[in-house]
Design a protein around this ligand. Structure first.
Ligand code: ZN
Ligand code: ZN
Length: 337
């Protein structure tokens, strides 16, 4: 091919093919009722929120590494541990044996005691010594390149001022009953809001009821979001209406397992949230039966055969989302509003 013809061909290709829009990709990996959420920015920087469970022949670490490789990653830049429970930090040793991590982000000391808690903390401390470690407070930022990550809650504390985009009066607070205070690590969960242009995603780990209300009452300090990963796997000790309905997510992903989370009460609150276009689930929840599970197309894993599928959300800066189910390749686009 003569150079001039080649150059003309390149020019035509450049004119006729629209440049692929840059997206923030979020992989919700099914770890059977734990958490492992991987965010990848257009700059290919990565933030992994939690590592799933230990054991099961490295099941969860393998699922995370598989998704990370699909995303073209060779390492994880930031690993954020929401709290020191087995289903969130338990898989860290296995993960570190397969993929390195740059910076470990956490809420500070483990507030639970006892042999099991000590062992989890020891594994975490050892893993974190392979990189940098950063314990963060509400209002701090995780310096991920290409998206803004703001800490909402950490170690039992919440932001005291509304974020830009938040501050709305919340009439749902008037009837928002509290539950018994939760002394566990769940209430210490490190929660974040991730912003990519107009797109907003909230992940508050296993935060429990009263602490969630601190974010939403008497005013909504966060403001509306596009994407919400259900708090605490969709268990009914989390996810109060006054928070979920004030967040008004367009898309929610429930990170439940077959025998964990997905409780009908929590499911109904999410499902009835104003402005919700779809709820997707990482797993069919046995507790819900046919009545309180989404239809099959929106489910990543249908049973316990160990498939380990994931749901991928690709968000644009304009706020559009494309959601993809790795099990059945079902895709749905939610245009920017
Ligand atoms: Zn959990
Ligand atoms: Zn927990």
């Amino acid at each position: 091919m003569k150079p001039i013809v080649f150059a003309l061909g390149m020019l035509l290709a450049a004119v006729t093919l629209p440049a692929a829009e840059k997206t923030l990709d979020v992989y919700f990996i099914d770890v059977e009722g734990g958490q492992a959420t991987l965010l990848v920015t257009p700059e290919k920087q990565s933030l992994l929120i939690d590592t799933g469970w230990p054991g099961f022949g490295d099941r969860d670490a393998d699922r995370i590494v598989k998704a990370a490789k699909k995303a073209g990653l060779k390492k994880i830049d930031y690993l954020l541990i929401t709290h020191y429970h087995r289903d969130h930090v338990g898989g860290i040793t296995q993960l570190l044996s397969k993929m390195s991590v740059g910076t470990f982000v956490d809420h500070g000391p483990n507030r639970e005691t006892g042999a099991a808690a000590d062992q989890l903390m020891e594994s975490y401390t050892k893993a974190a010594s392979s990189g940098q470690r950063s314990s963060v407070k509400p209002g701090d930022r995780v310096p991920l390149k290409g998206a803004e990550v703001v800490v909402l809650t950490s170690d039992g504390n919440a932001i005291d001022q509304p974020l830009s985009g938040g501050g709305q009066a919340n009439p749902l607070c008037a009837n928002a009953a509290k539950k018994a205070d939760d002394p566990t690590e769940n209430a210490r969960s490190l929660g974040v809001l991730v912003t990519f242009g107009k797109f907003r995603f909230i992940d508050i780990g296993d935060l429990t009821w009263n602490k969630e209300l601190e974010l939403a009452c008497p005013m909504n300090k966060v403001g509306p979001v596009d994407l919400y990963v259900t708090t605490h796997h969709g268990m009914d000790v989390s996810g109060p209406e006054a928070l979920v309905h004030a967040l008004r997510p367009r898309v929610a992903i429930m990170n439940n397992g077959s025998r964990k989370g997905g409780s009908p009460a929590a499911w109904k609150i999410v499902k009835s949230s104003p402005g919700l276009e779809d709820l997707w689930q990482l797993h069919f929840a046995n507790a819900g039966g046919q009545e309180h599970n989404v239809s099959n197309v929106f489910l990543a894993d249908l049973n316990d055969t160990g498939e380990g599928n994931y749901i991928k959300v690709s968000a644009t800066k304009a706020g559009a989302m494309t959601v993809w189910n790795s099990r059945n390749k079902y895709t749905k686009t939610y245009p920017a509003k």
